[in-house]
Design a protein around this ligand. Sequence first.
Ligand code: SAM
Length: 224
Amino acid sequence: MSLFKKHSNKEVTRINRVQSDFFSELIHVFDPPLPEGVPQRLDQIVASGGVQAGDVVLDVGAGTGVLIPYVESYHPKQVYACDLSKAMLDYLGAKYPLVEVVVADVREIALPAESVDVIFLNASYPNIADKHGAFLNLSRMLKPIGRLVISHPLGKSFIDRLKDRSPFPLDDFPDSTEAETLLTPYGLAVDTFIDESELYLLVALKKDGCQLVGSGVGQDCKIN
Ligand SMILES: C[S@@+](CC[C@H](N)C(=O)[O-])C[C@H]1O[C@@H](n2cnc3c(N)ncnc32)[C@H](O)[C@@H]1O
């Protein structure tokens, strides 16, 4: 049973359209120079994913690609970058031509089952309107023992400061207990949890032998 907040499909489509338009106008905000300390924390975030040479990596809500140079330094075989905003991904693709861009809601990425080693959601978890659909698809694509990294290099309180002026809903990052409760139904086990004033970092592992059973709400992880 999913414990994520549920919006109607119509509302998810509306929120996604508002976000896509909003972020398409903000490309300059996400480009370096980054705020002091952020490059070091992005380095830590990507290191926590344990990317190995030859891995397949997916960056969800990739924006202009702030994570990509850190990810590419580990020599993955393939990097995919997904975002709702085509303008953001056009910019990312021009800068990092080896990355394959996917303009889509994360719940619609059609990579094969169990094909991705590491998935990053940097500063994008609060924005995802349909988290149940997103985590079903992320868990489907992750290889067994694959790693999912949920992070924010300015800490979770940064989202509180944005909420009042955001034209779309932003959800809180979960605390460690909530994270276990929310992610377990998708076969994801929390491995690392850091919640500091300027860094939120959660690494979850896909349990080996986990198969999602059922369809839609109530779908759950069954360990064989
Ligand atoms: C705050 S930006 C972060 C961008 C980048 N990860 C970074 O760290 O600079 C959040 C991004 O998530 C994207 N996004 C929001 N909901 C999404 C969804 N359901 N699927 C894919 N991308 C999404 C937005 O379009 C936006 O580019």
